[in-house]
Design a protein around this ligand. Structure first.
Ligand code: EPZ
Length: 430
Protein backbone atom coordinates (compact mmCIF):
# COMPACT_ATOMS: atom_id res chain seq x y z
CA UNK A 1 0.00 0.00 0.00
CA UNK A 2 1.23 3.51 -0.81
CA UNK A 3 2.55 5.85 1.86
CA UNK A 4 3.00 9.60 1.95
CA UNK A 5 6.21 10.95 3.41
CA UNK A 6 6.41 14.59 4.48
CA UNK A 7 9.25 16.63 5.90
CA UNK A 8 7.54 19.53 7.56
CA UNK A 9 8.41 23.16 8.14
CA UNK A 10 8.23 24.73 4.66
CA UNK A 11 5.75 27.59 4.19
CA UNK A 12 3.45 26.92 1.22
CA UNK A 13 3.55 29.53 -1.52
CA UNK A 14 1.86 29.44 -4.90
CA UNK A 15 -1.41 28.31 -6.41
CA UNK A 16 -3.46 25.15 -5.84
CA UNK A 17 -6.13 24.23 -8.40
CA UNK A 18 -9.45 23.28 -6.77
CA UNK A 19 -11.40 20.43 -8.34
CA UNK A 20 -15.09 19.65 -8.53
CA UNK A 21 -16.67 18.52 -5.26
CA UNK A 22 -16.74 14.76 -4.69
CA UNK A 23 -19.86 15.08 -2.57
CA UNK A 24 -21.65 16.98 -5.34
CA UNK A 25 -20.41 14.71 -8.13
CA UNK A 26 -21.72 11.51 -6.51
CA UNK A 27 -25.41 12.52 -6.30
CA UNK A 28 -25.14 14.20 -9.71
CA UNK A 29 -24.00 10.92 -11.22
CA UNK A 30 -26.92 9.12 -9.53
CA UNK A 31 -29.28 11.72 -11.04
CA UNK A 32 -28.45 10.31 -14.49
CA UNK A 33 -30.67 7.35 -13.52
CA UNK A 34 -33.70 9.65 -13.66
CA UNK A 35 -33.61 10.15 -17.42
CA UNK A 36 -33.45 8.15 -20.63
CA UNK A 37 -31.34 10.89 -22.13
CA UNK A 38 -27.65 11.55 -21.44
CA UNK A 39 -26.48 13.71 -18.58
CA UNK A 40 -23.13 15.34 -19.33
CA UNK A 41 -21.20 16.24 -16.19
CA UNK A 42 -18.01 18.29 -16.38
CA UNK A 43 -15.43 19.36 -13.79
CA UNK A 44 -15.56 15.90 -12.22
CA UNK A 45 -12.77 15.19 -9.77
CA UNK A 46 -10.50 12.26 -10.51
CA UNK A 47 -11.06 10.20 -7.38
CA UNK A 48 -11.57 6.61 -6.27
CA UNK A 49 -15.17 7.29 -5.13
CA UNK A 50 -16.10 8.62 -8.57
CA UNK A 51 -14.78 5.39 -10.12
CA UNK A 52 -16.81 3.36 -7.61
CA UNK A 53 -20.01 5.24 -8.52
CA UNK A 54 -19.23 4.80 -12.23
CA UNK A 55 -18.73 1.08 -11.63
CA UNK A 56 -22.05 0.84 -9.75
CA UNK A 57 -23.97 2.69 -12.45
CA UNK A 58 -22.24 0.61 -15.12
CA UNK A 59 -23.44 -2.59 -13.40
CA UNK A 60 -26.99 -1.24 -13.71
CA UNK A 61 -26.65 -0.76 -17.44
CA UNK A 62 -25.76 2.95 -17.50
CA UNK A 63 -23.27 3.62 -20.29
CA UNK A 64 -20.57 6.15 -19.50
CA UNK A 65 -18.53 7.95 -22.14
CA UNK A 66 -15.47 9.61 -20.69
CA UNK A 67 -14.17 12.81 -22.20
CA UNK A 68 -12.06 15.76 -21.18
CA UNK A 69 -8.48 16.11 -20.12
CA UNK A 70 -7.20 14.23 -17.17
CA UNK A 71 -4.12 15.33 -15.22
CA UNK A 72 -1.05 14.27 -17.15
CA UNK A 73 -3.03 14.12 -20.39
CA UNK A 74 -5.34 11.55 -21.87
CA UNK A 75 -9.07 11.05 -22.08
CA UNK A 76 -9.45 9.83 -18.54
CA UNK A 77 -12.67 11.49 -17.65
CA UNK A 78 -12.97 15.05 -16.45
CA UNK A 79 -16.29 14.84 -18.26
CA UNK A 80 -18.71 11.94 -18.14
CA UNK A 81 -21.68 11.56 -20.43
CA UNK A 82 -23.95 9.16 -18.53
CA UNK A 83 -26.71 7.46 -20.46
CA UNK A 84 -29.31 5.46 -18.52
CA UNK A 85 -31.54 4.63 -21.48
CA UNK A 86 -30.76 0.93 -21.24
CA UNK A 87 -31.13 0.21 -17.51
CA UNK A 88 -30.74 -3.52 -16.95
CA UNK A 89 -30.72 -3.77 -13.14
CA UNK A 90 -32.13 -1.94 -10.14
CA UNK A 91 -29.75 -3.50 -7.63
CA UNK A 92 -26.82 -1.96 -5.75
CA UNK A 93 -24.85 -4.94 -4.42
CA UNK A 94 -23.20 -5.18 -1.00
CA UNK A 95 -19.76 -5.36 -2.57
CA UNK A 96 -20.03 -1.78 -3.89
CA UNK A 97 -22.13 -0.20 -1.13
CA UNK A 98 -19.64 -1.57 1.40
CA UNK A 99 -16.87 0.33 -0.41
CA UNK A 100 -18.83 3.57 -0.61
CA UNK A 101 -21.88 4.53 1.44
CA UNK A 102 -22.91 7.18 -1.09
CA UNK A 103 -24.05 4.26 -3.29
CA UNK A 104 -27.33 4.57 -1.39
CA UNK A 105 -28.01 7.68 -3.51
CA UNK A 106 -29.23 5.43 -6.32
CA UNK A 107 -32.23 4.41 -4.18
CA UNK A 108 -34.46 7.46 -4.74
CA UNK A 109 -33.85 7.76 -8.50
CA UNK A 110 -34.39 4.01 -9.10
CA UNK A 111 -37.69 3.76 -7.20
CA UNK A 112 -38.89 6.97 -8.85
CA UNK A 113 -38.12 5.86 -12.39
CA UNK A 114 -38.38 2.06 -12.25
CA UNK A 115 -40.74 1.54 -9.31
CA UNK A 116 -38.19 -0.77 -7.71
CA UNK A 117 -34.76 -0.78 -6.10
CA UNK A 118 -32.76 -3.32 -4.15
CA UNK A 119 -29.88 -1.60 -2.40
CA UNK A 120 -27.57 -3.10 0.19
CA UNK A 121 -27.89 -1.47 3.60
CA UNK A 122 -24.70 0.44 4.28
CA UNK A 123 -23.14 -0.65 7.55
CA UNK A 124 -21.63 1.63 10.18
CA UNK A 125 -18.38 3.33 9.33
CA UNK A 126 -15.33 4.79 11.02
CA UNK A 127 -17.08 8.07 11.92
CA UNK A 128 -20.34 6.72 13.30
CA UNK A 129 -23.31 4.39 12.88
CA UNK A 130 -24.73 6.46 10.01
CA UNK A 131 -28.18 4.90 9.53
CA UNK A 132 -30.36 5.62 6.46
CA UNK A 133 -33.68 5.43 8.34
CA UNK A 134 -34.61 8.99 7.38
CA UNK A 135 -34.19 8.23 3.66
CA UNK A 136 -36.48 5.21 4.05
CA UNK A 137 -39.17 6.98 6.11
CA UNK A 138 -39.30 9.76 3.54
CA UNK A 139 -39.69 7.32 0.67
CA UNK A 140 -42.49 5.60 2.62
CA UNK A 141 -44.19 8.97 3.03
CA UNK A 142 -44.15 9.12 -0.77
CA UNK A 143 -45.88 5.77 -1.06
CA UNK A 144 -42.96 3.37 -1.39
CA UNK A 145 -43.18 -0.01 0.30
CA UNK A 146 -39.94 -0.77 2.05
CA UNK A 147 -38.75 -4.11 3.32
CA UNK A 148 -35.41 -4.91 4.90
CA UNK A 149 -34.31 -8.43 4.04
CA UNK A 150 -30.96 -10.20 3.98
CA UNK A 151 -29.09 -6.95 4.57
CA UNK A 152 -30.82 -5.25 1.65
CA UNK A 153 -33.36 -2.43 1.31
CA UNK A 154 -36.11 -3.61 -1.02
CA UNK A 155 -38.18 -0.62 -2.14
CA UNK A 156 -41.25 -0.90 -4.35
CA UNK A 157 -43.64 1.63 -5.85
CA UNK A 158 -45.24 -0.27 -8.74
CA UNK A 159 -47.62 2.57 -9.55
CA UNK A 160 -45.01 5.26 -9.07
CA UNK A 161 -44.22 7.51 -6.12
CA UNK A 162 -46.66 10.19 -5.07
CA UNK A 163 -45.87 13.62 -3.76
CA UNK A 164 -46.26 14.38 -0.06
CA UNK A 165 -44.86 16.33 2.85
CA UNK A 166 -41.47 15.12 4.00
CA UNK A 167 -40.26 16.66 7.25
CA UNK A 168 -36.76 15.58 8.17
CA UNK A 169 -36.40 15.59 12.00
CA UNK A 170 -32.65 16.14 11.53
CA UNK A 171 -30.79 17.65 8.65
CA UNK A 172 -29.51 14.93 6.33
CA UNK A 173 -27.53 15.72 3.20
CA UNK A 174 -27.89 12.32 1.52
CA UNK A 175 -31.52 12.00 2.64
CA UNK A 176 -32.40 15.37 1.12
CA UNK A 177 -30.61 14.43 -2.12
CA UNK A 178 -32.31 11.04 -2.40
CA UNK A 179 -35.79 12.47 -1.79
CA UNK A 180 -35.24 15.51 -3.99
CA UNK A 181 -34.33 13.23 -6.91
CA UNK A 182 -37.27 10.91 -6.19
CA UNK A 183 -39.74 13.80 -5.91
CA UNK A 184 -38.85 15.06 -9.40
CA UNK A 185 -40.61 12.06 -10.97
CA UNK A 186 -43.35 11.59 -8.33
CA UNK A 187 -46.99 12.26 -9.10
CA UNK A 188 -48.00 15.63 -7.64
CA UNK A 189 -46.19 18.04 -5.37
CA UNK A 190 -43.65 17.27 -2.66
CA UNK A 191 -42.54 19.64 0.08
CA UNK A 192 -39.26 18.80 1.81
CA UNK A 193 -39.01 20.63 5.14
CA UNK A 194 -35.78 20.96 7.14
CA UNK A 195 -33.93 20.14 3.93
CA UNK A 196 -30.13 20.24 3.91
CA UNK A 197 -28.82 23.48 2.38
CA UNK A 198 -25.28 22.29 1.64
CA UNK A 199 -23.89 23.70 -1.64
CA UNK A 200 -23.75 20.12 -2.96
CA UNK A 201 -27.55 19.81 -2.51
CA UNK A 202 -28.01 23.15 -4.26
CA UNK A 203 -25.75 22.01 -7.10
CA UNK A 204 -27.87 18.87 -7.52
CA UNK A 205 -31.08 20.93 -7.54
CA UNK A 206 -29.71 23.21 -10.28
CA UNK A 207 -28.76 20.19 -12.39
CA UNK A 208 -32.22 18.64 -11.90
CA UNK A 209 -33.82 21.91 -13.03
CA UNK A 210 -31.60 21.81 -16.13
CA UNK A 211 -33.01 18.31 -16.71
CA UNK A 212 -36.55 19.68 -16.61
CA UNK A 213 -37.43 19.32 -12.92
CA UNK A 214 -39.63 21.92 -11.25
CA UNK A 215 -38.05 22.90 -7.95
CA UNK A 216 -38.63 26.00 -5.83
CA UNK A 217 -36.75 27.14 -2.73
CA UNK A 218 -33.31 26.04 -3.95
CA UNK A 219 -30.71 26.97 -1.34
CA UNK A 220 -33.30 27.18 1.46
CA UNK A 221 -34.47 24.59 4.00
CA UNK A 222 -37.83 24.15 2.24
CA UNK A 223 -37.75 22.58 -1.19
CA UNK A 224 -40.97 22.43 -3.19
CA UNK A 225 -41.00 19.99 -6.06
CA UNK A 226 -43.72 19.68 -8.66
CA UNK A 227 -43.42 16.17 -10.12
CA UNK A 228 -43.02 15.74 -13.88
CA UNK A 229 -43.41 12.57 -15.95
CA UNK A 230 -39.95 12.56 -17.53
CA UNK A 231 -36.65 14.38 -17.24
CA UNK A 232 -34.45 15.10 -20.23
CA UNK A 233 -30.72 15.27 -20.83
CA UNK A 234 -28.61 18.20 -19.64
CA UNK A 235 -25.09 19.52 -19.19
CA UNK A 236 -23.80 20.54 -15.79
CA UNK A 237 -20.46 21.55 -14.31
CA UNK A 238 -19.76 20.29 -10.76
CA UNK A 239 -19.43 23.00 -8.05
CA UNK A 240 -15.88 23.52 -6.64
CA UNK A 241 -14.96 21.39 -3.64
CA UNK A 242 -15.30 23.57 -0.53
CA UNK A 243 -13.68 20.92 1.68
CA UNK A 244 -10.65 20.67 -0.60
CA UNK A 245 -10.50 24.47 -0.44
CA UNK A 246 -10.74 24.46 3.36
CA UNK A 247 -8.11 21.76 3.74
CA UNK A 248 -5.53 23.63 1.64
CA UNK A 249 -6.46 26.87 3.36
CA UNK A 250 -5.45 25.28 6.67
CA UNK A 251 -2.25 24.01 5.01
CA UNK A 252 -1.34 27.57 4.02
CA UNK A 253 -2.29 28.88 7.46
CA UNK A 254 -0.37 26.39 9.59
CA UNK A 255 2.80 26.65 7.50
CA UNK A 256 2.69 30.46 7.43
CA UNK A 257 2.30 30.66 3.67
CA UNK A 258 0.53 32.51 0.89
CA UNK A 259 -1.62 30.39 -1.41
CA UNK A 260 -4.30 31.06 -4.00
CA UNK A 261 -6.95 28.33 -4.19
CA UNK A 262 -7.52 28.59 -7.93
CA UNK A 263 -11.12 28.35 -9.05
CA UNK A 264 -12.25 28.46 -5.42
CA UNK A 265 -15.25 30.52 -4.33
CA UNK A 266 -15.21 32.20 -0.94
CA UNK A 267 -19.00 32.12 -0.54
CA UNK A 268 -18.85 28.33 -0.41
CA UNK A 269 -16.57 28.39 2.65
CA UNK A 270 -17.72 31.39 4.70
CA UNK A 271 -17.91 29.49 8.00
CA UNK A 272 -14.39 28.11 7.58
CA UNK A 273 -13.09 31.50 6.43
CA UNK A 274 -14.55 33.15 9.54
CA UNK A 275 -12.72 30.74 11.84
CA UNK A 276 -9.48 31.25 9.89
CA UNK A 277 -9.85 35.01 10.20
CA UNK A 278 -10.49 34.77 13.94
CA UNK A 279 -7.28 32.73 14.18
CA UNK A 280 -5.32 35.55 12.49
CA UNK A 281 -5.28 34.33 8.87
CA UNK A 282 -6.09 36.65 5.95
CA UNK A 283 -8.72 35.29 3.55
CA UNK A 284 -9.85 37.14 0.45
CA UNK A 285 -11.61 36.54 -2.85
CA UNK A 286 -9.32 37.36 -5.78
CA UNK A 287 -10.21 37.21 -9.47
CA UNK A 288 -8.81 33.71 -9.97
CA UNK A 289 -9.67 32.17 -6.60
CA UNK A 290 -9.46 32.50 -2.83
CA UNK A 291 -6.23 33.77 -1.32
CA UNK A 292 -5.04 32.56 2.09
CA UNK A 293 -2.14 34.39 3.71
CA UNK A 294 -0.32 34.15 6.99
CA UNK A 295 3.05 35.75 6.42
CA UNK A 296 3.72 36.65 9.99
CA UNK A 297 2.05 36.71 13.36
CA UNK A 298 1.06 33.86 15.62
CA UNK A 299 -2.15 31.89 15.21
CA UNK A 300 -4.77 32.48 17.91
CA UNK A 301 -7.00 29.82 19.48
CA UNK A 302 -10.71 29.73 18.60
CA UNK A 303 -13.93 27.87 19.41
CA UNK A 304 -15.84 26.04 16.74
CA UNK A 305 -18.89 23.78 16.59
CA UNK A 306 -19.82 21.67 13.59
CA UNK A 307 -23.31 22.26 12.22
CA UNK A 308 -25.28 21.73 9.02
CA UNK A 309 -24.59 24.32 6.30
CA UNK A 310 -24.24 27.31 6.51
CA UNK A 311 -22.61 26.34 9.84
CA UNK A 312 -19.08 25.01 10.17
CA UNK A 313 -18.75 21.70 8.25
CA UNK A 314 -17.99 18.46 10.05
CA UNK A 315 -15.79 17.57 7.08
CA UNK A 316 -13.37 20.35 8.18
CA UNK A 317 -13.32 19.51 11.89
CA UNK A 318 -10.21 17.31 11.86
CA UNK A 319 -8.23 19.76 9.72
CA UNK A 320 -9.19 22.73 11.92
CA UNK A 321 -7.99 20.78 14.95
CA UNK A 322 -4.47 20.86 13.47
CA UNK A 323 -4.66 24.65 13.29
CA UNK A 324 -5.83 24.75 16.92
CA UNK A 325 -2.96 22.43 17.89
CA UNK A 326 -0.34 24.98 16.85
CA UNK A 327 -2.26 28.16 17.81
CA UNK A 328 -1.61 30.22 20.93
CA UNK A 329 -3.92 29.43 23.83
CA UNK A 330 -6.81 27.00 24.11
CA UNK A 331 -9.48 26.15 21.55
CA UNK A 332 -12.67 24.21 21.96
CA UNK A 333 -13.96 22.09 19.11
CA UNK A 334 -17.41 20.47 19.33
CA UNK A 335 -18.63 17.83 16.90
CA UNK A 336 -22.42 17.68 16.65
CA UNK A 337 -22.96 15.75 13.41
CA UNK A 338 -21.18 12.42 13.90
CA UNK A 339 -20.71 10.60 17.21
CA UNK A 340 -17.28 9.14 16.53
CA UNK A 341 -15.36 11.68 14.55
CA UNK A 342 -12.31 12.09 16.75
CA UNK A 343 -10.30 9.14 15.46
CA UNK A 344 -7.53 11.53 14.40
CA UNK A 345 -6.99 12.74 17.98
CA UNK A 346 -4.75 9.89 19.22
CA UNK A 347 -2.59 10.22 16.10
CA UNK A 348 -2.25 14.01 16.51
CA UNK A 349 -1.37 13.45 20.17
CA UNK A 350 1.38 11.05 19.04
CA UNK A 351 2.75 13.99 17.03
CA UNK A 352 2.86 16.14 20.17
CA UNK A 353 -0.56 17.82 20.12
CA UNK A 354 -2.27 18.52 23.46
CA UNK A 355 -5.89 17.46 23.01
CA UNK A 356 -8.43 16.22 25.53
CA UNK A 357 -11.77 14.89 24.39
CA UNK A 358 -14.78 15.16 26.72
CA UNK A 359 -17.86 13.70 25.10
CA UNK A 360 -18.53 15.58 21.90
CA UNK A 361 -16.03 18.36 22.66
CA UNK A 362 -12.28 18.52 22.40
CA UNK A 363 -10.12 20.99 24.28
CA UNK A 364 -7.00 21.74 22.28
CA UNK A 365 -4.14 23.54 23.99
CA UNK A 366 -1.72 24.97 21.48
CA UNK A 367 1.85 23.63 21.55
CA UNK A 368 5.04 25.28 20.25
CA UNK A 369 5.73 22.46 17.82
CA UNK A 370 4.51 19.14 16.51
CA UNK A 371 6.97 16.42 15.67
CA UNK A 372 6.90 13.96 12.79
CA UNK A 373 5.82 10.37 13.37
CA UNK A 374 4.47 7.27 11.65
CA UNK A 375 0.68 7.71 11.61
CA UNK A 376 -2.44 6.26 10.05
CA UNK A 377 -6.08 7.19 9.99
CA UNK A 378 -9.40 5.48 9.55
CA UNK A 379 -11.22 7.95 7.34
CA UNK A 380 -10.73 10.55 4.67
CA UNK A 381 -10.78 13.82 6.62
CA UNK A 382 -8.80 12.36 9.53
CA UNK A 383 -6.11 11.37 7.01
CA UNK A 384 -6.17 14.86 5.60
CA UNK A 385 -5.57 16.30 9.09
CA UNK A 386 -2.48 14.10 9.44
CA UNK A 387 -1.08 15.51 6.17
CA UNK A 388 -1.60 19.03 7.55
CA UNK A 389 0.08 18.09 10.82
CA UNK A 390 2.96 16.60 8.84
CA UNK A 391 3.39 19.86 6.88
CA UNK A 392 3.92 21.86 10.08
CA UNK A 393 5.73 19.21 12.17
CA UNK A 394 9.46 19.06 12.70
CA UNK A 395 11.07 16.06 11.06
CA UNK A 396 9.52 13.28 9.02
CA UNK A 397 5.89 12.15 9.03
CA UNK A 398 4.89 8.94 7.29
CA UNK A 399 1.19 8.57 6.56
CA UNK A 400 -0.05 5.05 6.02
CA UNK A 401 -3.37 3.92 4.52
CA UNK A 402 -3.20 6.54 1.80
CA UNK A 403 -6.22 5.03 0.05
CA UNK A 404 -8.43 7.09 2.37
CA UNK A 405 -6.88 10.28 0.98
CA UNK A 406 -7.27 9.05 -2.59
CA UNK A 407 -11.03 8.88 -2.04
CA UNK A 408 -11.28 12.63 -1.62
CA UNK A 409 -8.13 14.53 -2.62
CA UNK A 410 -6.98 14.46 -6.22
CA UNK A 411 -3.18 14.55 -6.71
CA UNK A 412 -2.75 15.84 -3.16
CA UNK A 413 1.01 15.39 -3.01
CA UNK A 414 1.52 17.03 -6.44
CA UNK A 415 -0.58 20.04 -5.50
CA UNK A 416 1.26 20.55 -2.20
CA UNK A 417 4.72 19.92 -3.71
CA UNK A 418 4.04 22.56 -6.37
CA UNK A 419 3.75 25.08 -3.51
CA UNK A 420 7.06 24.04 -1.99
CA UNK A 421 6.05 21.26 0.39
CA UNK A 422 8.57 18.46 0.87
CA UNK A 423 6.12 15.62 0.26
CA UNK A 424 6.26 12.45 -1.78
CA UNK A 425 4.27 9.29 -2.31
CA UNK A 426 6.09 6.02 -1.86
CA UNK A 427 4.41 3.42 -4.05
CA UNK A 428 4.39 -0.07 -2.69
CA UNK A 429 2.97 -3.11 -4.36
CA UNK A 430 0.79 -5.64 -2.57
C1 EPZ B 1 -22.69 13.65 3.65
O1 EPZ B 1 -22.89 12.37 4.26
C2 EPZ B 1 -21.27 13.68 3.17
N1 EPZ B 1 -21.09 12.61 2.19
C3 EPZ B 1 -20.31 13.54 4.34
O2 EPZ B 1 -18.99 13.67 3.84
C4 EPZ B 1 -20.58 14.66 5.33
O3 EPZ B 1 -19.76 14.47 6.46
C5 EPZ B 1 -22.05 14.63 5.76
O4 EPZ B 1 -22.91 14.71 4.58
C6 EPZ B 1 -22.43 15.79 6.68
O5 EPZ B 1 -22.14 17.01 6.07
C7 EPZ B 1 -21.52 12.76 0.94
O6 EPZ B 1 -22.07 13.78 0.56
C8 EPZ B 1 -21.27 11.64 -0.01
P1 EPZ B 1 -25.99 13.08 6.62
P2 EPZ B 1 -24.36 11.87 4.61
O7 EPZ B 1 -27.09 12.21 6.11
O8 EPZ B 1 -25.30 12.35 3.59
C9 EPZ B 1 -27.59 11.07 10.67
C10 EPZ B 1 -16.69 13.12 3.63
O9 EPZ B 1 -15.70 13.04 4.40
N2 EPZ B 1 -28.56 10.36 9.83
O10 EPZ B 1 -26.14 14.54 6.45
O11 EPZ B 1 -24.26 10.41 4.86
C11 EPZ B 1 -26.16 10.63 10.38
O12 EPZ B 1 -25.83 9.43 11.08
C12 EPZ B 1 -18.04 12.60 4.04
O13 EPZ B 1 -16.61 13.57 2.47
C13 EPZ B 1 -29.52 9.55 10.42
O14 EPZ B 1 -29.57 9.39 11.65
O15 EPZ B 1 -24.61 12.63 5.99
C14 EPZ B 1 -25.37 11.81 10.85
O16 EPZ B 1 -25.21 11.77 12.23
C15 EPZ B 1 -18.04 11.85 5.32
N3 EPZ B 1 -30.41 8.89 9.62
C16 EPZ B 1 -26.27 12.99 10.48
O17 EPZ B 1 -27.59 12.44 10.34
C17 EPZ B 1 -30.41 9.02 8.26
O18 EPZ B 1 -31.25 8.39 7.60
C18 EPZ B 1 -25.92 13.70 9.17
O19 EPZ B 1 -25.75 12.73 8.13
C19 EPZ B 1 -29.45 9.87 7.66
C20 EPZ B 1 -28.53 10.52 8.47
Amino acid sequence: MDKIVIRGGTPLNGAIPIGGAKNAALPLMAAALLSEQPLRLSNLPHLADISTMAHLLGEMGVSIAMEGDAPGGGNMGRVFALNASGLSSTEAPYELVRRMRASVLVLGPLVAREGHARVSLPGGCAIGTRPVDLHLKALQAMGAEIELTEGYIEARAPNGLKGGHVLFPNVTVGGTENILMAACLAKGDTVISNAAREPEVTDLAHCLVAMGAKIEGIGTDTLKVQGVTTLHGAEHSVVPDRIEMGSYAVAAAVTGGDVVLKGGRLELMEAVANVLKSAGVAVSQETDGVRITRNNGALKGFDVMTEPYPGFPTDMQAQMMVLASVADGASMITETIFENRYMHVPELVRMGANINVHGSSAIVRGVKKLSGAQVMATDLRASSSLVLAGLVAEGETVINRVYHLDRGYERLEEKLAACGADILRVRENG
